[in-house]
Structure formats: C-alpha cells, structure tokens
Design a protein around this ligand. Structure first.
Ligand code: HSE
Length: 297
C-alpha cells in the first residue's frame, strides 16, 4: 500500500470561471494497492461507492486504458476530509488520486502534463483538477483535448477562510442555472476581473481583490440556489475580508483575509450563530503550493 495526499481546491476565484483555481491546506488521503478484485472502503465510515462506480477506481481504470493495460482490481482506503458537494474540489481529489495512484502502479508512464489533460477530460474543466494535482494557483485553458496551464506558487500573508454550509449543491445543478449566452459587455466585465485577480494576488495588491472577485457569469445565478449567501458575504466583509466569492460551483463561500486579521474566523462564526446560521462551519486555510504527493509506502 502507498498513501496519496490530495489537497482541496477552490475554483473560479470569482471571475475566472472554469479557468482559475488554487489548492488549499485541507487534505484527503487515499491508500492504494493493486489487487485482483475491487476492495474499497472509507476509513471514516462515509457512504462511498465501493464498486466499479467509485470515482477513484474509474479514474485509475481510465489511466490503465490510456496506457493499454487492463485493471483487474484495486485496494483503496479513502479518508475524506474534504466535504463533498460543497465547492471544495472533492470529486477532483478522487480523480487525481485515481490517476496518480494508477500512474505509480504502472511505473509512472504518464507525465504531469498528461495527468493534467486526462483529469480535465474526466472532469470536463480543469480549474479544480489542475490545482489539485499541481498545487499553487493555476491558470488553465482547456481546448477540449489539452490543457494549457501555468502554475504559480504563492507565498502570501493571505488566509483563505472557507465558510461551509451544512447543505450540498450539486455541480450539475449549479451549472444548469447558468445563462447560455452573455453580452459582450459582461464578457469584458469578467475577463478584466479574472486577469486583475491573478495579478493582484501575485503582486500583493490585495485592495483590488474586492473588485476582482465580482463576476457576471455564474455567481449572480448561483446565489439564488444558496440560501443566506448574501448575508454570509456581508458578514465576511463586515469582519474585514479583502474579497469573498462562491468557491467553485458552491455552496461554500470563500473569504480572502489578511493573516493579521487574527480573529476573523471566530468573529464570522459568532455572527453566523447570531444570524441563525449555526449550520455553517468556518475553516481557516492557506494556499498549498505542493499539490498531490505520495507521502508513504
Ligand atoms: N468551474 C466549475 C464551475 C467548478 O464553477 O462549475 C466546479 O467544478
């Protein structure tokens, strides 16, 4: 058995819909070993598929197929810390675990670039899968076959505070509510802000982040599917967040906060409780610059 550590991710970062994402210091673990049958379980008794419908297994099988090999079975032990269906990249973590694990079993035939491409083909977009594999902040364009990407390591005094509700929002539903077309003006609105986000994060111009996280492609529509989302944004800004955005497809709200804002998480939790939103949890995270790694054999 070897053990893989995979980070949570936060995609879109406001305006960078399907293009920007970053990895966070919140991890799933997957132990894996080749086996002549399927033997899948979770160490935390979470209800996961334990047969060939398991996403880690499906992804491993895809990699075997790409390499012209047949997968007879796998032993998989999952530790799922990343909450599922919350916009924190839990399915990408499964895809990346399957690919990285299968690649190791086969003696690493595929390169990092291959894994970025294959994971985007499985998921449909690269903004969670690429940072889950690579770490840091990733800018990615998926042309349908290949991902053109840049990973940048970020050493910053920023904290990313995940404000996570106790309800799920399925990505399919959060994509189904989006408009099929947008105006030229709205396209400019978004692309300028997405570019501003990366440049501001990387150069330390954090006062720009509040403008940079606004968008007209997805957040206004998804907010309608997330009860109390606006209140949670207000709470984050009241306590001094530089910016707040819906993480991935939601429903988690991510606040970007200065590390000197010491009691931000506690203040937000107190305000949530006072507003009758005690089901929302608050997790203080940092950017993970390393991405997925095998941490033990
Ligand atoms: N960019 C994707 C979306 C991330 O917002 O739908 C979720 O997979």
């Amino acid at each position: 058995m070897f053990k893989i550590q995979i980070p949570a991710t936060s995609a879109n970062l406001g305006a960078g819909f399907d293009a920007l994402g970053l990895a966070l210091t919140y991890y799933n673990y997957v132990e894996m070993e080749e086996c002549d049958h399927i033997d899948i379980s979770s160490s935390d008794n979470l209800d996961i598929p334990t047969d060939e419908r398991n996403l880690i297994y499906i992804s491993a099988k895809d990699l075997f197929e790409v390499c012209g090999k047949k997968l007879d079975g796998l032993k998989i032990r999952q530790t799922n810390n990343i909450p599922m269906t919350r916009g924190l990249g839990s399915s990408s973590a499964c895809i990346i675990a399957g690919l990285v694990g299968a690649n190791k079993i086969l003696g690493e035939p595929l390169t990092k670039d291959d894994l970025v491409d294959l994971s985007a083909q499985i998921e449909g977009h690269p903004d969670n899968t690429a940072p889950a594999l690579l770490g840091g902040i990733v800018t990615a364009v998926f042309d349908g076959r290949k991902v053109h990407w840049v990973k940048q390591e970020v050493y910053t005094k920023l904290k990313f505070v995940a404000i996570i509700p106790d309800f799920e929002l399925k990505t399919e539903m959060a994509r189904a509510c989006l408009p099929k077309e947008i105006s030229h003006k709205d396209a400019v609105y978004n692309l300028s802000r997405a570019a501003l986000f990366s440049a501001s994060l990387l150069t330390g111009k954090f006062e720009n982040l509040r403008t940079a996280v606004h968008d007209r492609l997805h957040q206004p529509y998804r907010m309608e599917l997330i009860p109390h989302c606006r209140e949670v944004f207000d709470i984050a800004y009241t306590h001094g967040a530089y910016g707040a955005y819906i993480s991935g497809a939601g429903p988690t709200v991510m606040a970007i906060v200065d590390e000197n804002n010491t009691y931000f998480a506690g203040k937000v939790k107190f305000s949530l409780d006072n507003a009758g939103l005690s089901g929302w949890e608050v997790h203080e995270l940092r950017i993970d610059n390393e991405g997925t790694k095998i941490i033990g054999v």
